[in-house]
Structures are given as C-alpha cells and as structure tokens.
Design a protein around this ligand. Structure first.
Ligand code: NDP
Ligand code: N5H
Length: 257
C-alpha cells in the first residue's frame, strides 16, 4: 500500500494490550507511514504498549498519560502533544467503559451513577478530546472513534453502553459540523464483535461472535486489522469527502434481518 499517512502525526488513544482494536489500528497506521503518538490511562497499559512497540520495531513519537474522565488530564496531554509534535493530523479515539454489573439484566435497572460513568468515558470524552486536539490540527485532518451496532438496535446486555454509543454517534455528527470549517473530518467505525480485554467476561459476548459467522453476508469474524484498515482509510485523504459518517466493519451483519 502507498504511504497514505507519510509524515502525519496521529494520536492513538486506547491501546491496553495486543488484542486492543487500537493496536490493530496502530499497525495499519504505522504501515502507512504515520508518526504515532499514544495516550494511555493505566500504567499497566503503558508497559504493555512499550513492550509491543519494541517487539514490533515501532518507534513512538510520544507516549502520554490521559484519563478522559478528567478535563485537566486531557488538557495536559494534548498540550504536551502540541509542544512536542507541533501539528496533529489525526486522532483515534478507542476508549469506552461501563461497570460490568450494568452490562447485564434490564437496562431499566441502570443506576444514575453507572449511566453517567458510561456517558462520561465513552461519549463525552470524544467532544472533550476534539476540543483540545483541534487547537493543534492547523492543517485539517481526521478524527475517528469506535462504536457498535448496539447504538442503533437493542442488543441484549449492551444496555447502558448502547445508549452511550448512540450519544457517541450523534456526537460524531455534531462535532463534524463544528470542525468541518477547519478542514477536520469526524467519523466512526462500527465494528462487529472482537475478543478484546474489554469484551472478555461480559455476558453474551460469545453468542454475538458466533451469530456473525452464521448470519453475516461475509460469514466470517471481524478482526482488528480490518478495523485498522478502515480507520486508516477514514484518516487518509482517500476519505476527503467523508465526514459525520458511521462506517460498519462487521462482515455486513447490520444489513441482515
Ligand atoms: P480494550 O479493552 O482493548 O480497550 C479499551 C480501552 O479503553 C483501554 O485502553 C482503556 O485504557 C481505555 N479506557 C477506559 N477508560 C478510560 C479512561 N477513563 N481514560 C482513558 N482511557 C480509558 O477494548 P477494545 O479494543 O475492544 O475497545 C476499544 C473501543 O472499541 C471501545 O470504544 C469499544 O466500545 C469499541 N468496540 C469494541 C468492540 C469489540 O467487540 N471489542 C466492537 C465495537 C466497538 P486502560 O486499560 O489504560 O484503562
Ligand atoms: C452485546 C455485547 C456483549 C455485552 C456487552 C459488552 C460491552 C462492552 C463495552 C465496555 C467498554 C466493556 C467494559 O467497560 C468492561 C469493564 O467493565 C471491565 N473491564 C476493564 O475494566 C478492563 C480491564 C479495561 C481495559 O476495559 C476498559 N473498557 O477500560 C457487545 C459485544 C458483542 C461487542 C463489544 C464488546 C462492544 C464494545 O463496545 O466493546
């Protein structure tokens, strides 16, 4: 593939380990020639990331701490990125969180606190990071987040996260309007089920995976590399006419009744 992102500075948020969707995205962006900047929340994620980078011969331009629940942490992180990189050309938002006890049973039983936590980390954070990143996106660029079909349809157990993803997808559209005048595009990838650390242990995950193999037009699982390449497309100039869009990378599962 041609170096679609040669010399572009791209910030990647949400690598926890080698199974993370953000790690699949990292591989695609690296192969396309991008300079990579990473943010992490937990120290353990930073250590995993450093090992992965070393093992794969990838050099990060910068690795900074960023807890998206905290405005000051976001401000500091992007200020540091701006100081070191000067210009940001792209941003990958691949973070979400809900308490496990809210990811089962009735959505009606969601606590106020659990609802706010899911919205805070999984949806509001996209607006907050867009606000800070755009200050340094002086040459335009792309922002891509990760969503799931549970935003559009009732998927058992996804519950509070489905409502947070609906807010995230609406945010993609409102943010696209805000930053479009600066030549910045905002899009989402809606991936089919992929076994990651977040997905591990949540009830109903295995069933969701097998039904994709049975029913999706392509009759195969989705993997991190497919999401990585779609994210690369959305960040690159090939997608220069695309903004406010939700692109399904799900073997076509969402079109089937
Ligand atoms: P991972 O567990 O690998 O990644 C989740 C990431 O979220 C971790 O890196 C975690 O960082 C980060 N995170 C959580 N809370 C915060 C916070 N307050 N501040 C900063 N970072 C935070 O799982 P996935 O790769 O599966 O998830 C990535 C995205 O993909 C999510 O938005 C998810 O909803 C979405 N998605 C996943 C699908 C799947 O089947 N796996 C399908 C469709 C969408 P740390 O560990 O350092 O806390
Ligand atoms: C219908 C399904 C299966 C049921 C619902 C799953 C929802 C998962 C989303 C959230 C992000 C999972 C989550 O927050 C897990 C945490 O409570 C516990 N895990 C952690 O704290 C780990 C250590 C860290 C790294 O995780 C985070 N997030 O910080 C949906 C599936 C078919 C598809 C899917 C799994 C979608 C999705 O959005 O991830």
């Amino acid at each position: 593939m041609t170096a679609l992102l040669k010399d572009k500075n791209i910030v990647v948020m949400g690598v926890a380990n080698n199974r993370s969707i953000a790690w699949g995205i990292t591989r695609s962006l690296y192969n396309a020639g991008a300079n990579l900047i990473f943010t992490y929340r937990q120290e353990r994620s930073k250590q995993k990331l450093e090992k992965l980078l070393e093992k794969n011969g990838i050099e990060a331009k910068l690795i900074v701490s960023c807890d998206v629940e905290n405005d000051e942490s976001i401000k500091q992180a992007f200020q540091e990125v701006g100081d070191q990189a000067d210009i940001i050309h792209g941003l990958v938002h691949s973070v979400a969180f809900a308490n496990t006890d809210e990811l089962k049973g009735d959505y009606a039983d969601t606590s106020r606190e659990g609802y706010l936590t899911a919205q805070n980390i999984s949806a509001y954070s996209l607006a907050a990071v867009t606000r800070e990143a755009r200050k340094f996106m002086t040459e335009g660029g792309g922002i891509v987040t990760q969503t799931y079909l549970g935003a559009e349809r009732v998927v058992p157990n996804y519950n509070v996260m489905g409502v947070a993803k609906a807010a995230l997808e609406a945010s993609v559209r409102y943010l696209a309007e805000d930053v479009g005048k600066d030549g910045i595009r905002v899009n989402a990838v809606s991936a089919g089920p992929i076994r990651t650390l977040s997905a591990k242990g949540v009830s109903g995950f295995n069933d969701k995976m097998s039904v994709v193999e049975e029913k999706a037009p392509l009759r195969r699982q989705v993997d991190q590399d497919q999401v990585g390449d779609a994210t690369l497309f959305l960040l690159s100039d090939l997608a220069r006419g695309v903004t406010g869009e939700v692109l399904h990378v799900d073997s076509g599962f969402h079109i089937v009744a």
